[in-house]
Design a binder for this molecule. Structure first.
Ligand SMILES: [Zn+2]
Length: 69
């Protein structure tokens, strides 16, 4: 049977450590909203003003009304 991708040698602890040096948690990157200047996730609709790329995507006032119910 053909082997496929089977490692010939087990990776050493040093090599495993080097590989995992990039494996870590990191804080989410935030950018300032172009419209309300509040922090928001890049490439996401702003959760404060509901704007994305010059367009009103979320009806913030409708959401506020929902929260007050
Ligand atoms: Zn905004």
């Amino acid at each position: 049977m053909p082997g496929g991708a089977v490692p010939k040698k087990k990776a050493s602890h040093a090599k495993q450590g080097r590989r995992r040096s990039h494996v870590r948690l990191h804080a989410p990157e935030l950018v300032a909203c172009a419209y309300c200047h509040q922090p928001k996730l890049p490439h996401h609709v702003c959760q404060t003003c509901g704007m994305y790329h010059g367009r009103m995507v979320i009806d913030i006032r409708a959401r506020e009304r929902k929260q007050h119910e």
